[in-house]
Design a protein around this ligand. Structure first.
Ligand code: AMP
Length: 542
Protein backbone atom coordinates (compact mmCIF):
# COMPACT_ATOMS: atom_id res chain seq x y z
CA UNK A 1 0.00 0.00 0.00
CA UNK A 2 1.33 3.42 -0.95
CA UNK A 3 1.28 6.41 1.36
CA UNK A 4 -0.97 9.25 0.33
CA UNK A 5 1.34 12.22 0.52
CA UNK A 6 2.25 14.85 -2.02
CA UNK A 7 5.42 14.38 -3.99
CA UNK A 8 7.18 17.67 -4.55
CA UNK A 9 10.60 17.23 -6.16
CA UNK A 10 13.42 18.50 -3.97
CA UNK A 11 15.01 21.54 -5.63
CA UNK A 12 18.02 23.56 -4.52
CA UNK A 13 16.41 26.91 -5.39
CA UNK A 14 13.74 26.19 -2.77
CA UNK A 15 16.40 26.61 -0.09
CA UNK A 16 17.05 30.19 -1.13
CA UNK A 17 13.38 30.99 -1.69
CA UNK A 18 12.72 29.76 1.84
CA UNK A 19 15.66 31.71 3.35
CA UNK A 20 14.52 34.89 1.55
CA UNK A 21 11.14 34.59 3.27
CA UNK A 22 12.00 33.02 6.62
CA UNK A 23 15.35 34.65 7.39
CA UNK A 24 15.21 37.99 5.59
CA UNK A 25 17.81 39.59 7.87
CA UNK A 26 20.45 36.91 7.35
CA UNK A 27 22.71 36.84 4.33
CA UNK A 28 26.21 36.98 2.94
CA UNK A 29 29.12 39.25 3.84
CA UNK A 30 31.94 39.06 1.30
CA UNK A 31 35.51 40.27 1.08
CA UNK A 32 35.46 41.17 -2.59
CA UNK A 33 38.29 40.75 -5.06
CA UNK A 34 37.63 44.43 -5.84
CA UNK A 35 39.01 45.14 -2.34
CA UNK A 36 35.97 46.17 -0.29
CA UNK A 37 33.35 44.44 1.86
CA UNK A 38 29.98 43.66 0.31
CA UNK A 39 26.75 42.74 2.11
CA UNK A 40 23.56 41.23 0.79
CA UNK A 41 20.60 39.51 2.42
CA UNK A 42 19.28 36.14 1.30
CA UNK A 43 16.25 38.03 -0.07
CA UNK A 44 18.56 40.11 -2.26
CA UNK A 45 20.55 37.04 -3.27
CA UNK A 46 17.33 35.33 -4.35
CA UNK A 47 16.39 38.27 -6.57
CA UNK A 48 19.87 38.52 -8.04
CA UNK A 49 19.87 34.75 -8.71
CA UNK A 50 16.74 35.33 -10.81
CA UNK A 51 18.45 38.15 -12.70
CA UNK A 52 21.50 35.97 -13.24
CA UNK A 53 19.38 33.09 -14.55
CA UNK A 54 17.81 35.48 -17.08
CA UNK A 55 21.27 36.72 -18.05
CA UNK A 56 22.61 33.19 -18.50
CA UNK A 57 19.56 32.14 -20.49
CA UNK A 58 20.19 35.23 -22.63
CA UNK A 59 23.62 33.95 -23.65
CA UNK A 60 22.18 30.55 -24.52
CA UNK A 61 22.60 28.53 -21.32
CA UNK A 62 19.93 25.82 -21.26
CA UNK A 63 18.91 23.06 -18.84
CA UNK A 64 21.59 20.38 -18.58
CA UNK A 65 24.40 22.71 -19.68
CA UNK A 66 27.47 22.87 -17.49
CA UNK A 67 28.40 26.33 -16.22
CA UNK A 68 31.83 26.33 -14.61
CA UNK A 69 33.18 28.62 -11.91
CA UNK A 70 36.75 29.53 -10.99
CA UNK A 71 36.20 31.69 -7.95
CA UNK A 72 36.81 32.32 -4.25
CA UNK A 73 34.11 32.26 -1.59
CA UNK A 74 31.88 35.26 -2.25
CA UNK A 75 28.32 36.37 -2.94
CA UNK A 76 28.54 36.10 -6.73
CA UNK A 77 29.76 32.51 -6.43
CA UNK A 78 26.83 31.88 -4.07
CA UNK A 79 24.41 33.40 -6.60
CA UNK A 80 25.84 31.11 -9.30
CA UNK A 81 25.28 28.03 -7.11
CA UNK A 82 21.57 28.83 -6.97
CA UNK A 83 20.89 30.44 -10.36
CA UNK A 84 22.66 27.76 -12.40
CA UNK A 85 21.06 24.79 -10.63
CA UNK A 86 17.76 26.65 -10.33
CA UNK A 87 17.47 27.04 -14.10
CA UNK A 88 18.18 23.33 -14.56
CA UNK A 89 21.84 23.70 -15.56
CA UNK A 90 24.82 22.23 -13.68
CA UNK A 91 27.20 24.35 -11.62
CA UNK A 92 30.69 22.95 -12.15
CA UNK A 93 33.15 24.31 -9.58
CA UNK A 94 36.80 24.24 -10.66
CA UNK A 95 39.67 24.25 -8.19
CA UNK A 96 42.13 27.00 -9.21
CA UNK A 97 44.94 25.16 -7.45
CA UNK A 98 44.87 22.35 -10.01
CA UNK A 99 47.56 22.31 -12.67
CA UNK A 100 46.70 23.99 -15.98
CA UNK A 101 46.72 20.58 -17.62
CA UNK A 102 44.18 19.16 -15.13
CA UNK A 103 42.00 22.25 -15.44
CA UNK A 104 41.87 21.95 -19.21
CA UNK A 105 41.13 18.25 -18.92
CA UNK A 106 38.12 18.77 -16.67
CA UNK A 107 36.73 21.69 -18.70
CA UNK A 108 36.81 19.37 -21.72
CA UNK A 109 35.55 16.34 -19.84
CA UNK A 110 32.67 18.26 -18.26
CA UNK A 111 31.76 19.82 -21.60
CA UNK A 112 31.47 23.28 -20.01
CA UNK A 113 29.50 25.90 -21.97
CA UNK A 114 30.46 28.88 -19.84
CA UNK A 115 33.16 29.70 -17.30
CA UNK A 116 32.68 32.38 -14.64
CA UNK A 117 35.92 33.69 -13.12
CA UNK A 118 37.00 36.02 -10.35
CA UNK A 119 39.28 38.95 -11.20
CA UNK A 120 42.22 37.15 -9.54
CA UNK A 121 42.20 34.52 -12.26
CA UNK A 122 42.30 36.78 -15.33
CA UNK A 123 46.05 36.11 -15.90
CA UNK A 124 45.42 32.37 -15.59
CA UNK A 125 42.63 32.46 -18.19
CA UNK A 126 44.75 34.63 -20.50
CA UNK A 127 47.54 32.04 -20.28
CA UNK A 128 45.12 29.17 -21.02
CA UNK A 129 43.02 31.07 -23.58
CA UNK A 130 44.28 29.39 -26.75
CA UNK A 131 43.65 25.92 -25.30
CA UNK A 132 40.09 26.60 -24.14
CA UNK A 133 37.32 24.92 -26.16
CA UNK A 134 35.72 26.97 -28.93
CA UNK A 135 32.43 28.50 -27.93
CA UNK A 136 33.16 28.55 -24.17
CA UNK A 137 31.64 31.81 -22.89
CA UNK A 138 33.88 33.57 -20.37
CA UNK A 139 32.21 35.70 -17.70
CA UNK A 140 34.21 37.94 -15.39
CA UNK A 141 32.65 38.16 -11.93
CA UNK A 142 32.80 41.93 -11.48
CA UNK A 143 31.13 45.17 -12.58
CA UNK A 144 31.84 47.33 -15.63
CA UNK A 145 34.10 49.72 -13.69
CA UNK A 146 36.47 46.89 -12.75
CA UNK A 147 36.63 45.15 -16.14
CA UNK A 148 40.34 45.01 -17.04
CA UNK A 149 41.95 45.47 -20.42
CA UNK A 150 42.40 41.94 -21.66
CA UNK A 151 43.15 40.05 -24.84
CA UNK A 152 40.38 37.67 -23.76
CA UNK A 153 36.80 38.46 -24.63
CA UNK A 154 35.12 38.48 -21.20
CA UNK A 155 31.44 39.16 -20.59
CA UNK A 156 30.76 41.27 -17.50
CA UNK A 157 28.80 39.49 -14.72
CA UNK A 158 26.99 42.60 -13.49
CA UNK A 159 26.01 43.53 -17.03
CA UNK A 160 24.37 40.13 -17.42
CA UNK A 161 22.16 41.01 -14.44
CA UNK A 162 21.49 44.65 -15.25
CA UNK A 163 17.88 45.43 -16.03
CA UNK A 164 16.77 41.79 -15.76
CA UNK A 165 13.57 40.83 -13.93
CA UNK A 166 13.98 39.81 -10.29
CA UNK A 167 11.42 37.03 -10.86
CA UNK A 168 12.28 33.80 -12.62
CA UNK A 169 9.95 30.97 -13.41
CA UNK A 170 12.21 28.30 -11.92
CA UNK A 171 11.49 25.04 -13.78
CA UNK A 172 10.22 22.03 -11.86
CA UNK A 173 12.62 19.29 -12.83
CA UNK A 174 13.10 15.73 -11.66
CA UNK A 175 14.76 15.86 -8.25
CA UNK A 176 17.35 13.39 -9.53
CA UNK A 177 18.50 15.79 -12.24
CA UNK A 178 22.11 16.89 -11.99
CA UNK A 179 22.71 20.19 -10.20
CA UNK A 180 26.41 20.48 -9.44
CA UNK A 181 29.68 18.87 -10.48
CA UNK A 182 33.01 18.71 -8.65
CA UNK A 183 36.13 16.85 -9.73
CA UNK A 184 38.26 15.13 -7.19
CA UNK A 185 41.97 14.98 -7.88
CA UNK A 186 43.25 11.50 -7.26
CA UNK A 187 47.00 11.14 -6.91
CA UNK A 188 47.00 8.94 -9.99
CA UNK A 189 45.10 9.24 -13.23
CA UNK A 190 42.83 12.06 -14.29
CA UNK A 191 40.43 13.86 -11.94
CA UNK A 192 37.04 12.17 -11.55
CA UNK A 193 33.70 13.99 -11.40
CA UNK A 194 31.15 13.70 -8.59
CA UNK A 195 27.82 14.75 -10.11
CA UNK A 196 25.40 15.87 -7.39
CA UNK A 197 21.64 15.94 -7.90
CA UNK A 198 19.05 18.34 -6.50
CA UNK A 199 17.83 15.56 -4.25
CA UNK A 200 21.27 14.64 -2.88
CA UNK A 201 22.19 18.28 -2.31
CA UNK A 202 18.99 19.21 -0.47
CA UNK A 203 19.09 16.05 1.65
CA UNK A 204 22.73 16.61 2.53
CA UNK A 205 22.01 20.23 3.47
CA UNK A 206 19.20 19.12 5.79
CA UNK A 207 21.32 16.35 7.30
CA UNK A 208 24.11 18.82 7.96
CA UNK A 209 21.77 21.42 9.41
CA UNK A 210 20.54 18.81 11.89
CA UNK A 211 23.98 17.60 12.83
CA UNK A 212 26.15 20.55 13.82
CA UNK A 213 23.78 23.00 15.57
CA UNK A 214 26.57 24.73 17.47
CA UNK A 215 27.70 26.15 14.10
CA UNK A 216 24.44 26.04 12.20
CA UNK A 217 21.65 27.96 13.90
CA UNK A 218 19.61 31.09 13.37
CA UNK A 219 21.68 34.21 13.89
CA UNK A 220 25.03 32.36 13.63
CA UNK A 221 27.78 33.96 11.55
CA UNK A 222 29.82 31.27 9.85
CA UNK A 223 33.09 31.81 8.05
CA UNK A 224 33.69 29.02 5.54
CA UNK A 225 37.42 28.88 4.92
CA UNK A 226 36.74 25.65 3.10
CA UNK A 227 36.36 26.74 -0.51
CA UNK A 228 33.26 26.88 -2.65
CA UNK A 229 35.51 25.73 -5.50
CA UNK A 230 35.97 22.32 -3.89
CA UNK A 231 33.40 20.03 -2.22
CA UNK A 232 30.75 22.78 -2.12
CA UNK A 233 32.37 24.45 0.86
CA UNK A 234 31.32 21.34 2.84
CA UNK A 235 27.68 22.12 2.07
CA UNK A 236 27.59 25.40 4.02
CA UNK A 237 26.17 27.52 1.17
CA UNK A 238 23.15 25.19 1.21
CA UNK A 239 22.81 24.45 4.95
CA UNK A 240 23.32 27.99 6.33
CA UNK A 241 20.33 29.59 4.52
CA UNK A 242 18.03 26.81 5.75
CA UNK A 243 18.72 27.57 9.41
CA UNK A 244 19.10 31.33 9.02
CA UNK A 245 22.84 31.54 9.63
CA UNK A 246 24.81 34.22 7.77
CA UNK A 247 27.91 33.42 5.74
CA UNK A 248 31.06 35.53 6.04
CA UNK A 249 32.99 34.90 2.84
CA UNK A 250 36.74 35.55 3.03
CA UNK A 251 37.54 35.82 -0.69
CA UNK A 252 41.16 34.90 -1.39
CA UNK A 253 42.76 36.13 1.86
CA UNK A 254 43.16 33.01 3.97
CA UNK A 255 46.26 33.79 6.06
CA UNK A 256 45.97 33.83 9.86
CA UNK A 257 46.05 37.63 10.23
CA UNK A 258 43.37 38.27 7.57
CA UNK A 259 41.12 35.59 9.03
CA UNK A 260 41.58 36.91 12.58
CA UNK A 261 40.68 40.47 11.49
CA UNK A 262 37.63 39.36 9.54
CA UNK A 263 36.39 37.13 12.36
CA UNK A 264 36.72 39.98 14.84
CA UNK A 265 35.17 42.64 12.58
CA UNK A 266 32.22 40.44 11.61
CA UNK A 267 31.72 38.76 14.99
CA UNK A 268 32.10 35.33 13.42
CA UNK A 269 30.70 32.57 15.65
CA UNK A 270 31.94 29.49 13.77
CA UNK A 271 34.46 28.69 11.10
CA UNK A 272 35.09 25.57 9.03
CA UNK A 273 38.35 24.57 7.36
CA UNK A 274 41.30 22.20 6.94
CA UNK A 275 44.07 21.82 9.56
CA UNK A 276 46.63 23.86 7.57
CA UNK A 277 44.43 26.93 7.86
CA UNK A 278 44.09 26.50 11.61
CA UNK A 279 47.87 26.37 12.01
CA UNK A 280 47.89 29.95 10.64
CA UNK A 281 45.00 31.15 12.80
CA UNK A 282 46.46 29.59 15.94
CA UNK A 283 49.81 31.30 15.34
CA UNK A 284 47.94 34.61 14.95
CA UNK A 285 45.99 34.04 18.17
CA UNK A 286 49.37 33.47 19.86
CA UNK A 287 50.77 36.73 18.47
CA UNK A 288 47.74 38.80 19.49
CA UNK A 289 47.28 37.04 22.80
CA UNK A 290 43.58 36.38 22.24
CA UNK A 291 41.09 34.64 19.99
CA UNK A 292 38.48 36.52 17.95
CA UNK A 293 35.86 37.44 20.56
CA UNK A 294 32.75 35.71 19.23
CA UNK A 295 34.40 32.56 17.89
CA UNK A 296 32.64 29.61 19.53
CA UNK A 297 33.35 26.62 17.27
CA UNK A 298 35.79 25.50 14.62
CA UNK A 299 35.00 22.54 12.41
CA UNK A 300 38.14 20.76 11.24
CA UNK A 301 38.21 18.24 8.42
CA UNK A 302 39.84 17.38 5.12
CA UNK A 303 42.83 15.87 6.96
CA UNK A 304 43.20 14.56 10.48
CA UNK A 305 43.13 17.28 13.14
CA UNK A 306 46.21 16.84 15.36
CA UNK A 307 45.59 16.48 19.08
CA UNK A 308 47.69 19.55 19.90
CA UNK A 309 45.45 21.65 17.64
CA UNK A 310 42.25 20.35 19.24
CA UNK A 311 43.65 20.96 22.74
CA UNK A 312 44.82 24.45 21.80
CA UNK A 313 41.36 25.56 20.68
CA UNK A 314 39.53 23.84 23.52
CA UNK A 315 41.76 25.57 26.09
CA UNK A 316 40.64 28.90 24.61
CA UNK A 317 37.02 27.84 25.12
CA UNK A 318 36.51 27.24 21.40
CA UNK A 319 34.70 23.99 20.69
CA UNK A 320 36.33 21.72 18.10
CA UNK A 321 34.17 19.54 15.88
CA UNK A 322 36.37 17.11 13.96
CA UNK A 323 34.60 16.00 10.79
CA UNK A 324 35.38 13.57 8.01
CA UNK A 325 34.04 13.30 4.50
CA UNK A 326 34.84 13.22 0.82
CA UNK A 327 33.99 15.00 -2.41
CA UNK A 328 32.09 11.83 -3.31
CA UNK A 329 29.92 12.21 -0.18
CA UNK A 330 28.67 15.78 -0.78
CA UNK A 331 30.94 15.80 1.41
CA UNK A 332 30.25 15.34 5.15
CA UNK A 333 30.14 11.76 6.47
CA UNK A 334 30.90 11.99 10.18
CA UNK A 335 31.04 14.71 12.82
CA UNK A 336 32.67 14.95 16.22
CA UNK A 337 29.95 16.65 18.27
CA UNK A 338 29.89 14.75 21.57
CA UNK A 339 26.50 13.50 22.68
CA UNK A 340 24.87 14.66 25.90
CA UNK A 341 25.66 11.33 27.53
CA UNK A 342 29.34 12.26 27.26
CA UNK A 343 28.96 15.43 29.36
CA UNK A 344 30.42 13.65 32.36
CA UNK A 345 33.74 12.93 30.65
CA UNK A 346 36.77 14.89 31.84
CA UNK A 347 38.65 17.13 29.42
CA UNK A 348 41.23 14.49 28.51
CA UNK A 349 38.57 11.92 27.72
CA UNK A 350 36.63 14.47 25.68
CA UNK A 351 39.74 15.30 23.69
CA UNK A 352 40.44 11.58 23.18
CA UNK A 353 36.99 11.37 21.56
CA UNK A 354 37.52 14.51 19.51
CA UNK A 355 40.76 13.18 18.05
CA UNK A 356 38.61 10.58 16.32
CA UNK A 357 36.58 11.65 13.29
CA UNK A 358 33.25 11.27 15.07
CA UNK A 359 29.95 9.56 14.44
CA UNK A 360 28.09 9.15 11.16
CA UNK A 361 25.60 11.83 10.24
CA UNK A 362 22.01 10.77 9.67
CA UNK A 363 21.73 9.27 6.18
CA UNK A 364 25.28 7.91 5.98
CA UNK A 365 26.06 4.24 6.68
CA UNK A 366 29.59 3.04 7.42
CA UNK A 367 31.19 -0.39 7.20
CA UNK A 368 34.77 -1.58 7.50
CA UNK A 369 35.90 -4.69 5.68
CA UNK A 370 38.95 -6.95 5.50
CA UNK A 371 40.92 -7.66 2.33
CA UNK A 372 38.29 -10.22 1.23
CA UNK A 373 35.42 -7.78 1.67
CA UNK A 374 34.14 -9.45 4.88
CA UNK A 375 32.69 -7.06 7.44
CA UNK A 376 34.73 -6.32 10.54
CA UNK A 377 33.24 -5.57 13.98
CA UNK A 378 32.79 -2.01 15.25
CA UNK A 379 34.83 -2.75 18.37
CA UNK A 380 37.40 0.03 18.12
CA UNK A 381 40.12 -2.55 17.46
CA UNK A 382 39.47 -4.06 14.04
CA UNK A 383 40.97 -1.97 11.25
CA UNK A 384 39.76 -2.26 7.66
CA UNK A 385 38.91 -0.38 4.51
CA UNK A 386 36.01 2.00 4.95
CA UNK A 387 32.92 1.78 2.71
CA UNK A 388 29.95 4.15 2.81
CA UNK A 389 26.36 4.24 1.61
CA UNK A 390 23.76 6.98 1.57
CA UNK A 391 21.52 9.29 -0.46
CA UNK A 392 24.19 11.96 -0.85
CA UNK A 393 26.98 9.57 -1.90
CA UNK A 394 27.93 9.01 -5.54
CA UNK A 395 26.72 5.92 -7.35
CA UNK A 396 29.56 6.31 -9.87
CA UNK A 397 31.74 8.97 -11.49
CA UNK A 398 30.53 11.28 -14.26
CA UNK A 399 31.26 9.76 -17.68
CA UNK A 400 33.83 7.37 -16.30
CA UNK A 401 32.59 3.74 -16.27
CA UNK A 402 36.00 2.33 -15.41
CA UNK A 403 36.53 4.43 -12.29
CA UNK A 404 32.88 3.93 -11.33
CA UNK A 405 33.20 0.17 -11.39
CA UNK A 406 36.40 0.21 -9.37
CA UNK A 407 34.86 2.45 -6.71
CA UNK A 408 31.76 0.42 -5.84
CA UNK A 409 31.55 -3.01 -4.17
CA UNK A 410 29.13 -5.80 -5.04
CA UNK A 411 26.58 -4.55 -2.48
CA UNK A 412 26.63 -1.05 -4.01
CA UNK A 413 28.72 0.61 -1.29
CA UNK A 414 31.34 3.20 -2.21
CA UNK A 415 34.97 2.42 -1.26
CA UNK A 416 36.58 5.45 0.33
CA UNK A 417 40.21 4.32 0.11
CA UNK A 418 40.54 5.20 3.81
CA UNK A 419 41.57 2.65 6.42
CA UNK A 420 39.72 2.98 9.71
CA UNK A 421 38.31 1.49 12.89
CA UNK A 422 34.90 2.22 14.41
CA UNK A 423 34.41 2.00 18.18
CA UNK A 424 31.32 0.73 20.03
CA UNK A 425 30.10 4.35 20.46
CA UNK A 426 30.13 4.67 16.66
CA UNK A 427 33.23 6.88 16.57
CA UNK A 428 35.19 6.51 13.35
CA UNK A 429 38.95 6.64 13.57
CA UNK A 430 40.80 7.15 10.29
CA UNK A 431 44.20 5.47 10.46
CA UNK A 432 45.40 6.49 7.02
CA UNK A 433 44.70 6.57 3.33
CA UNK A 434 45.21 2.95 2.25
CA UNK A 435 48.11 4.03 0.08
CA UNK A 436 49.80 6.01 2.89
CA UNK A 437 49.84 3.22 5.48
CA UNK A 438 53.37 2.00 6.18
CA UNK A 439 53.89 -1.74 5.93
CA UNK A 440 56.83 -2.81 8.05
CA UNK A 441 57.69 -6.51 8.32
CA UNK A 442 54.09 -7.44 7.53
CA UNK A 443 52.64 -5.09 10.21
CA UNK A 444 50.92 -1.77 9.54
CA UNK A 445 51.99 1.55 11.00
CA UNK A 446 49.61 4.53 10.85
CA UNK A 447 51.35 7.66 9.60
CA UNK A 448 48.56 9.81 11.07
CA UNK A 449 49.16 8.42 14.57
CA UNK A 450 52.88 9.16 14.41
CA UNK A 451 52.26 12.68 13.06
CA UNK A 452 49.80 13.36 15.84
CA UNK A 453 52.42 12.78 18.51
CA UNK A 454 55.26 14.56 16.70
CA UNK A 455 53.00 17.62 16.20
CA UNK A 456 52.73 17.99 19.98
CA UNK A 457 56.50 18.50 20.33
CA UNK A 458 57.23 22.16 21.15
CA UNK A 459 59.95 22.37 18.48
CA UNK A 460 57.73 21.02 15.67
CA UNK A 461 55.67 23.50 13.61
CA UNK A 462 54.35 20.90 11.17
CA UNK A 463 55.24 17.37 10.11
CA UNK A 464 54.42 14.38 7.95
CA UNK A 465 55.40 10.74 8.05
CA UNK A 466 55.98 8.80 4.84
CA UNK A 467 57.02 5.26 3.97
CA UNK A 468 60.44 4.64 2.44
CA UNK A 469 61.46 1.29 0.94
CA UNK A 470 63.58 -0.90 3.17
CA UNK A 471 65.47 -4.05 2.11
CA UNK A 472 64.60 -6.02 5.24
CA UNK A 473 61.25 -4.61 6.44
CA UNK A 474 59.70 -3.62 3.07
CA UNK A 475 58.89 -0.14 4.31
CA UNK A 476 59.97 2.02 7.23
CA UNK A 477 58.71 5.44 8.40
CA UNK A 478 60.58 8.68 7.68
CA UNK A 479 59.58 11.77 9.70
CA UNK A 480 59.59 15.03 7.73
CA UNK A 481 59.58 18.06 10.04
CA UNK A 482 59.08 21.78 9.60
CA UNK A 483 60.92 22.98 12.73
CA UNK A 484 60.09 26.07 14.80
CA UNK A 485 63.22 28.09 15.76
CA UNK A 486 65.15 25.19 17.36
CA UNK A 487 65.36 21.86 15.63
CA UNK A 488 64.29 18.81 17.65
CA UNK A 489 66.49 15.69 17.70
CA UNK A 490 65.09 12.35 16.62
CA UNK A 491 65.80 11.09 20.15
CA UNK A 492 63.55 13.80 21.65
CA UNK A 493 60.72 12.84 19.31
CA UNK A 494 61.23 9.14 20.02
CA UNK A 495 61.00 9.83 23.76
CA UNK A 496 57.54 11.35 23.25
CA UNK A 497 56.42 8.60 20.91
CA UNK A 498 57.54 5.76 23.17
CA UNK A 499 54.65 6.51 25.53
CA UNK A 500 52.23 5.56 22.76
CA UNK A 501 54.05 3.26 20.33
CA UNK A 502 56.10 0.10 20.28
CA UNK A 503 59.75 0.70 19.49
CA UNK A 504 59.54 -0.97 16.06
CA UNK A 505 56.88 1.56 15.00
CA UNK A 506 59.02 4.67 15.54
CA UNK A 507 60.41 6.61 12.55
CA UNK A 508 63.88 5.44 11.50
CA UNK A 509 65.02 8.90 10.52
CA UNK A 510 64.06 12.56 10.45
CA UNK A 511 64.63 15.24 7.79
CA UNK A 512 63.90 18.97 7.93
CA UNK A 513 62.06 21.04 5.32
CA UNK A 514 60.97 24.72 5.21
CA UNK A 515 57.39 23.81 4.41
CA UNK A 516 55.29 20.78 3.50
CA UNK A 517 54.02 20.48 -0.08
CA UNK A 518 50.22 20.71 -0.29
CA UNK A 519 47.79 19.20 -2.80
CA UNK A 520 45.21 21.33 -4.60
CA UNK A 521 42.78 20.61 -1.77
CA UNK A 522 45.10 21.67 1.05
CA UNK A 523 46.23 18.22 2.18
CA UNK A 524 49.91 17.39 2.69
CA UNK A 525 51.05 15.83 -0.58
CA UNK A 526 52.69 12.61 0.55
CA UNK A 527 53.20 11.66 -3.08
CA UNK A 528 55.45 14.71 -3.56
CA UNK A 529 57.30 13.94 -0.33
CA UNK A 530 57.83 10.30 -1.34
CA UNK A 531 59.25 11.51 -4.68
CA UNK A 532 61.44 14.14 -3.03
CA UNK A 533 62.93 11.68 -0.54
CA UNK A 534 62.99 8.64 -2.84
CA UNK A 535 66.81 8.56 -2.72
CA UNK A 536 67.04 9.12 1.01
CA UNK A 537 68.77 6.13 2.60
CA UNK A 538 67.52 5.18 6.07
CA UNK A 539 70.28 4.55 8.69
CA UNK A 540 70.32 0.76 8.54
CA UNK A 541 69.04 0.32 4.98
CA UNK A 542 72.32 0.84 3.13
P1 AMP B 1 38.33 15.27 -0.49
O1 AMP B 1 37.53 14.49 -1.44
O2 AMP B 1 39.28 16.21 -1.13
O3 AMP B 1 37.46 15.93 0.52
O4 AMP B 1 39.24 14.24 0.30
C1 AMP B 1 38.68 13.18 1.03
C2 AMP B 1 39.73 12.48 1.84
O5 AMP B 1 40.31 13.38 2.79
C3 AMP B 1 39.21 11.36 2.69
O6 AMP B 1 39.05 10.17 1.96
C4 AMP B 1 40.27 11.24 3.77
O7 AMP B 1 41.39 10.51 3.33
C5 AMP B 1 40.69 12.67 3.95
N1 AMP B 1 40.03 13.25 5.13
C6 AMP B 1 38.96 14.07 5.15
N2 AMP B 1 38.66 14.42 6.41
C7 AMP B 1 39.54 13.81 7.22
C8 AMP B 1 39.74 13.75 8.64
N3 AMP B 1 39.00 14.44 9.49
N4 AMP B 1 40.75 12.98 9.10
C9 AMP B 1 41.53 12.26 8.27
N5 AMP B 1 41.40 12.29 6.92
C10 AMP B 1 40.42 13.05 6.41
Amino acid sequence: MQGMMMHIPLRIIEILRYAAEAHPGAGIVSVRTEGDIHRETYAEAYQRAAQLAHGLAGIGIAPGDRVATLAWNGYRHFELYYAVSGMGAVCHTINPRLSAEQMLYIIQHAGDRALCVDLTFVPLIEALAEHLPDGLRLILMTDRAHMPESKVDFLCYEELLDGQSTDYDWPVMDENDAAALCYTSGTTGNPKGALYSHRSTVLHAMQLALTIPRSLHEGARILPVVPMFHVNSWGLPYAAPIVGASLVMPGGKLDGASLWDLMEAEQVTASWGVPTVWLGLRAEIGTRGQAPAALDQVVIGGSAAPRSMIEGFEKLGIDVCHAWGMTEMSPVGTHGQLSASMDGLDLKEKIDRKCKQGRRIFGVDLKIVDEHGARLPHDGKAVGELYVRGNAIISGYFNNPEASEAAMDAEGWFGTGDVASIDPHGFLYIQDRAKDLIKSGGEWISSIDLENIAMAHPKVANCAVIALPHPKWDERPLLVVVPKEDKPTLGEIHDMMLEHFAKWQLPDDMVFVDELPLTATGKVSKLTLRERFADHVLPDAG
